[in-house]
Every structure is written in C-alpha cells, then in structure tokens.
Design a protein around this ligand. Structure first.
Ligand SMILES: C[S@@+](CC[C@H](N)C(=O)[O-])C[C@H]1O[C@@H](n2cnc3c(N)ncnc32)[C@H](O)[C@@H]1O
Length: 213
C-alpha cells in the first residue's frame, strides 16, 4: 500500500472508532430485535464450539461471551474503547476472566498460530479490508484450529440483494457497515479452508466454520 493508501486507511479506521464509540451505549438496544429473531440462537449454536485458547476479534459489546464453554482463556480485541468498556462490564457480570485490548483486526499483535479458536461476528462487513482481517485470523490460528464466523451479507434472494446494493452506500454512511459483501466469497478469497457453512434469514446470515488453509 502506498503512503496515500495508508493515510486513507488510517482515516477510515479513526472514523469507525469514532462512530462505534458514539454508538456504544445504543448498540445492545439496536441489536435487540435481530437477537430475538434468531441471532442469539445462532450465536449460541456456533460459539459453543469454541475450544482451547480463544481470540475474539471485534468483540463489540461482548454479545458472544455467555456462549463460550466455561473456563477458557479468552482474549478480545476491538478498535472502539467504548464498545470494549461495555464488553468488560458484561464479562464482570458473567464472572468471566478475559483480557480486552484495543487492537486493529487487520494488524493483530499476536504471534503466528497462537490461538485454538478465532471468532468474529457481524464485523467482516465493517473492516475496511476484510481479506486482510481474515488472513490475520488465519495467521494467528493454529493449523488444526478453527475460525468461527457469524456474518451477514448480500442476500441470495435477488430482489433483496438488489435492494441492499441500491442502498449500500447510504447504509455504510451510518456505521461503516457494507451490508452487500459476500462472506463466503471472502472466506474463499482469503484462502481459508471451509469446514461448514449454513445460510439463514433470507440468505443474509452465515454461520461459517473454517480452518487456516
Ligand atoms: C457491528 S459491530 C459487531 C460487534 C460484535 N462482534 C457483535 O457480534 O455484536 C462491529 C464491531 O467491529 C469493530 N471494528 C470495526 N473495524 C475494526 C477493526 N479494523 N479492528 C477491530 N475492530 C473493528 C467496531 O468497533 C465494532 O465494535
């Protein structure tokens, strides 16, 4: 990436941090309806599979925390300190011991193959470069480990996908969420090995189990 590209990427990340810092107190409220409509169930089903040493990337307010098996060593990162504050309170309430770090998913400060499970939910849509973030997740994951992704993307129902395309730029202005990305395609392009994938909710939500290539 050239100098201008770097400055631009830094600016976008500052914007993401600012927006999520501001939105943090409202995030759980805004997520309430999708959670009731089935997101919570999908989180439980996928993230109870986490094992060993766990890294959660872009943890937000910590909505997956209650679903991890007990007594795991967990490290969680996010760009937004305010989102992390809420996740920290949630972890305290749940009695979970977890380390929280402000860190960029596209530049993880961990050695290669240092986690057994790497988790990401609803954030591939927000990363400025989701391919770099996925490659970072694969790099820090043990070769026999798992990358668990619960993501939303462009619907495979054409009428809905087209609607998402039409409104994508406007939608991205609010919280930098690009809702017409293709999570499965990104996983393939990043060179991850697909173990299983399940698509629900009008073809928008994906529960993906992958491994480093
Ligand atoms: C839509 S929220 C999802 C939060 C949480 N994972 C969930 O499932 O509810 C997106 C999160 O990604 C974080 N984020 C965006 N870009 C990031 C990056 N490059 N590195 C780390 N976190 C990032 C935001 O701060 C925000 O907390």
């Amino acid at each position: 990436m050239d100098k201008n590209g770097e400055v631009n990427a830094k600016g976008i990340k500052e914007e993401i941090r600012r927006k999520y810092n501001r939105f943090a107190p409202w995030y759980d409220l805004a997520e309430g309806i999708p959670e009731l409509l089935g997101l919570r169930k999908l989180r439980r089903r996928l993230f109870q599979k986490a094992s060993g040493r766990i890294l959660e990337v872009a943890i937000g307010t910590g909505k997956n925390l209650r679903f991890y098996p007990k007594n795991r060593q967990i490290i969680a990162v996010d760009l937004s300190p305010k989102m992390l504050d809420i996740a920290r309170n949630r972890a305290n309430e749940l009695g979970i011991d977890i380390s929280f770090l402000v860190m960029d998913a596209e530049n993880l400060a961990f050695p290669d193959r240092s986690f057994d499970t790497v988790v990401d939910s609803l954030s591939l849509c927000t990363f400025p470069d989701p391919l770099i973030a996925l490659k970072e997740m694969a790099r820090v994951c043990h070769s026999e480990g798992r990358i668990l992704l619960l993501e939303h993307g462009r619907s495979d129902r054409e009428w809905l996908g087209c609607l998402q395309d039409r409104r994508a730029d406007k939608h991205a202005k609010q919280l930098c969420c690009h809702w017409n990305r293709e999570p499965l395609e990104l996983v393939r392009q990043a060179g991850l090995k697909l173990i299983s994938a399940r698509r629900t909710f009008f073809g928008i939500l994906h529960a993906i189990e992958a491994a480093p290539s």
